[in-house]
Design a protein. Structure first.
Length: 257
């Protein structure tokens, strides 16, 4: 019986005490850390010696961009990028010294205009015609052939010779039909007289008619006892006589035979 009373008393004591709840465990709160930016895809960390971009720098957006290598120095202000087609210097390149003047490109040759070529061709053609005319004159009227440079197909033109030598009626006589021309150094037959003007006309006439110098020399050396002298050259016949009282008389005639 006592045992039962004791047990009941213990049960009452236990029920009279307040119930104590267990204290929950508190976990330590981690310290706040600054948020870090997550690198974007393809990001390459900076190399040693990297120089940050200057204000206003715009990163390249093109595909295939390669970041600067170690030791890269950004361009200075006023830098001009190379033009298309630029070839970098090869190994061993020596930069020009101060005062170096690069060789100049030769100036392009000017093309000759069409007008200039036409003028040149015309000048060549005219030169050929002039040369042909000179050769023809030499062949037809040269002194070596003895023909006249005032001659025609019919023979010497004495009218042209008369005008060329400055002939006058005092010393010269020209046939009305142009068949002959005579010159007299003493037309009035004065004793021991000879006109120098008439003698100059004879020398000019010989030259105009293409006679050799030997004929003029023979005329100046003719004596009275030599009689009439004659020289024939082509279609021209010239004859002359000399006498101290009559002077030198020269006759130029056409030789139609």
């Amino acid at each position: 019986m006592e045992n039962n009373i004791n047990n009941n008393t213990e049960d009452l004591n236990q029920s009279a005490q307040p119930a104590v709840e267990p204290t929950p465990s508190v976990e330590p709160t981690p310290s706040a850390q600054p948020a870090q930016a997550t690198p974007t895809q393809g990001y390459v960390p900076s190399q040693q010696g990297y120089v940050p971009p200057q204000p206003g720098y715009v990163p390249p957006q093109q595909q295939g961009y390669v970041p600067p290598q170690q030791g890269y120095v950004p361009p200075q202000q006023g830098y001009v990028p190379p033009q298309p087609g630029y070839v970098p210097p090869q190994q061993g390149y020596v930069p020009p010294q101060p005062g170096f003047v690069p060789p100049q490109q030769p100036a392009p040759k000017k093309k000759k205009s069409v007008v200039g070529k036409i003028i040149a061709v015309i000048a060549i053609i005219l030169g050929i015609f002039v040369a042909i005319g000179v050769v023809t004159t030499i062949i037809d009227g040269g002194s070596s052939s003895g023909t006249s440079n005032v001659s025609t197909n019919k023979g010497p033109d004495f009218k042209k010779v008369y005008s060329a030598i400055g002939g006058n009626s005092t010393y010269c006589e020209l046939a009305y039909d142009g068949s002959y021309l005579s010159i007299d150094t003493n037309p009035y037959n004065r004793d021991d007289y000879s006109s120098s003007d008439a003698w100059n006309m004879i020398k000019k006439a010989n030259k105009e008619l293409g006679l050799p110098e030997s004929v003029t020399t023979k005329m100046s050396q003719t004596r009275a006892l030599d009689g009439r002298q004659t020289h024939t050259s082509g279609k021209l016949t010239v004859s002359w006589t000399y006498h101290p009282d009559n002077g030198l008389e020269v006759i130029y005639e056409r030789n139609d035979k």
